[in-house]
Ligand binder design. Structure first.
Ligand code: AMP
Ligand code: MG
Length: 421
């Protein structure tokens, strides 16, 4: 059965697969199901390296040159023949970075050399200036280095023909410098993913308008915008749509026709789900899940035509948690990226956390430094509507399904929000 057929079958008859229970999906299972239905965009574009930050390489990069291109000095000092190290050496010339010594070196001679300068023909070793004494133009080596010392060899960083960046790699600042060091001005990358989103809910009001009783500002569109921009997607905000069948249908269909991915927030929880379900069942193959997680229990995933659809729960923290735990990985996959794993590590948690086994919890945490150790504490109140907890946090504390209450001082797994760049 191909993936499209499997999706169709699961959407129309959820009991068809043995291990598939849409009402009790683990986080891992849900990720695996989504993974099966993803294939990267195909279109490739050629862009200048300055435009390439965060973009995904569509072809591997190989080097056409050796880096460094020539044997060169790792030190300021003197280049000489090791066999002559014991005798006083006469300075026969100077080699600077970018200005090599091109003469021939007589017997008993040495070359004053600066870091990065090409090693002149005939010499085999460099001694650092601090290990010499100089009188006029005569140099005595006071501490003889081993033969070949202080010479960086041609190709020792990168050899000609070597693959330096793999297909699927996302370009980082160091890669931009690396590409330039190879003389490469342009790279081939996958085109940007087009991702549209809209909010659903009669109670939502856009910023800039006054609130009436019972209304709230639509915040999800802004956190979604930020998360999608950070991922490097072409982001389209389609506004907020009232809980009105015709308006939702029109927006959904247009969004799916024009974008690779459509994300909605709200309208997939119990009570509302039936309504969205009918709409999505009519136009696509969409799976509705209750995930064993907190926050972010309801989640919908599927296809509407060629477009991938994610229905996220409306509570602002749930929207962000489900985006980070499911959508981000999927979008990276669609962008052609080969690194979709989020780094996590274990640290001491200084706060006790009450938890019952049964669900994976993504608590909002603050990593902080105490003495020489990094530790974590929770942000406090963990309700799924408390968006300030996400704003204060710099990591998720991930408590797996089996785990019960955490005592203060225990080790917990954390996923940091930010690294060095
Ligand atoms: P729902 O998933 O539609 O049942 O919404 C769950 C809760 O999240 C409700 O309290 C909604 O008012 C709230 N909510 C839904 N969408 C948004 C949004 N875009 N911005 C802020 N809160 C929202
Ligand atoms: Mg709603």
């Amino acid at each position: 059965m191909n993936n499209q057929d499997l999706l169709q079958q699961l959407a129309s008859n959820p009991s068809c697969a043995d291990d598939y229970d849409p009402n009790a999906m683990s986080v891992t299972q849900a990720r695996q199901y989504i993974q099966q239905f993803l294939s990267p965009v195909q279109e490739i574009e050629t862009i200048a390296i300055k435009q390439s930050l965060g973009r995904t390489l569509a072809v591997p990069i190989t080097s056409a040159i050796n880096v460094p291109g020539h044997n060169n000095s790792a030190m300021d000092g003197f280049a000489f023949r090791h066999a002559e190290a014991a005798q006083p050496l006469k300075i026969a010339g100077t080699a600077l970075a970018g200005s090599p010594f091109t003469g021939s070196l007589p017997a008993g001679g040495c070359i004053k050399i600066m870091t990065g300068a090409v090693i002149p023909a005939g010499v085999d070793t460099v001694v650092m200036q601090e290990h010499t004494s100089t009188q006029g133009d005569i140099v005595t080596i006071t501490k003889v280095p081993p033969p070949g010392a202080n010479i960086r060899l041609a190709g020792e960083d990168i050899a000609m023909g070597q693959t330096v960046l793999a297909h699927g790699h996302q370009v980082q600042p160091a890669d931009m410098g690396l590409l330039a060091s190879l003389g490469i001005a342009e790279v081939q990358v996958y085109r940007r993913l087009k991702v549209a989103f809209f909010s659903t809910g009669d109670e939502l009001v856009s910023v800039g308008k006054p609130l009436q009783t019972g209304q709230i500002y639509d915040s999800n569109r802004y956190s979604l915008w930020g998360m999608l921009q950070a991922l490097g997607a072409d982001t389209y905000d389609l506004g907020n749509v009232a809980d009105d069948p015709d308006a939702l249908e029109n927006t959904l269909l247009q969004a799916a026709a024009e974008h690779d991915v459509v994300i909605t927030s709200g309208g997939v929880s119990v009570g509302e789900a039936d309504f969205m379900k009918q709409l999505l069942a009519k136009h696509g193959q969409v799976l509705f899940w209750k995930i064993n997680m907190k926050p972010g229990r309801p989640l919908a995933y599927g296809k509407i035509g060629q477009s991938h659809y994610f229905g996220l729960p409306g509570n602002p923290v749930s929207t962000m948690v489900t985006f980070y735990q499911f959508v981000q990985e999927a979008l990276k996959c669609l962008m052609g990226s080969s690194s979709t794993l989020v780094p996590s590590f274990r640290v001491e948690c200084v706060t006790a956390i009450k938890k019952a086994p049964g669900r994976t919890e993504f608590q909002r945490g603050i990593l902080f430094k105490e003495g020489s150790d990094w530790k974590v504490k929770t942000t406090g109140e963990q309700g799924s509507g408390i968006l300030s907890s996400m704003s204060q946090a710099n990591c998720f504390i991930v408590l797996d399904e089996q785990s019960g209450t955490i005592e203060a001082g225990s080790q917990v797994e954390v996923q940091p929000f930010y690294g060095i760049c």
